[in-house]
Design a protein around this ligand. Sequence first.
Ligand code: HEC
Ligand code: HEC
Length: 195
Amino acid sequence: MPIILISLLLALGLTGPAAAGPLDGPGAPQALVCSACHGFAGQSQSNTMPILAGMAPWYFKKSIQDYAAGKRTSPEMEPYAKQVLQFGVDDMAAYFAGQKRTASPVKLDSAAVERGRAAAVQCTLCHGVSGKGDPAKGVPDLTGQPPGYLRHQMLLFKADRRSPGDAQLKVIKALMLTIPDEQLADLAQYWSSVR
Ligand code: HEC
Ligand code: HEC
């Protein structure tokens, strides 16, 4: 290649690696198996399946470890979580964290969102006013997740069925017990609506 062309390409930054796309990166081939439930590149289209795109790596890893250990019980996730640990959880965490997150396409009920907004103050102590969570406290991002998924997880906390007996989750579970199920649905709608 003539030297002038090489310098031109270097100047334009065209010789370096291309920006990461949904099929690039070390975790990409392994992530295809997750698409069946979590959507292509972790962008779930379903009301019940969580979005993995843009997930913080620390929370991705914790979830995978909890499922694989049978602590966070899920017959659907346990075998895949064990697979992820074999594939390399860091690569897969980095892959999903690198995917651009688009909020769930599930249609929301604006009256429920408004009711949920009023009740959501009690969540902000841990999840923050933005709902984006706090890695230092082990608190995940709720925003834009499908409302059906959020509601289901709240019901699991309420019944002590998500990581039963986990001392770190005592406060959130005690809080869920004070909230009627209809209000849990409103809260799910609200946090799903937050961008
Ligand atoms: C058969 C469907 C299915 C497949 C395939 C699947 N998952 Fe899941 N996944 C689920 C379900 C259902 C849940 C919610 C389970 C629960 O109630 O905790 C979930 C939850 C998760 C969570 C927790 C999300 C959160 O917000 O806490 C992570 C992380 C995850 N899956 C990663 C993966 C990865 C990575 C793969 C591919 C290796 C994968 N899943 C494949 C069904 C699936
Ligand atoms: C005392 C702190 C605390 C408070 C208050 C709290 N949470 Fe959480 N929440 C957590 C922690 C910690 C987790 C992660 C649990 C885990 O690692 O399994 C979590 C996880 C969740 C999840 C699961 C997210 C996912 O991706 O699976 C939902 C849904 C949730 N919280 C909703 C709420 C709502 C709604 C409120 C307010 C009514 C609330 N939380 C108040 C600490 C809190």
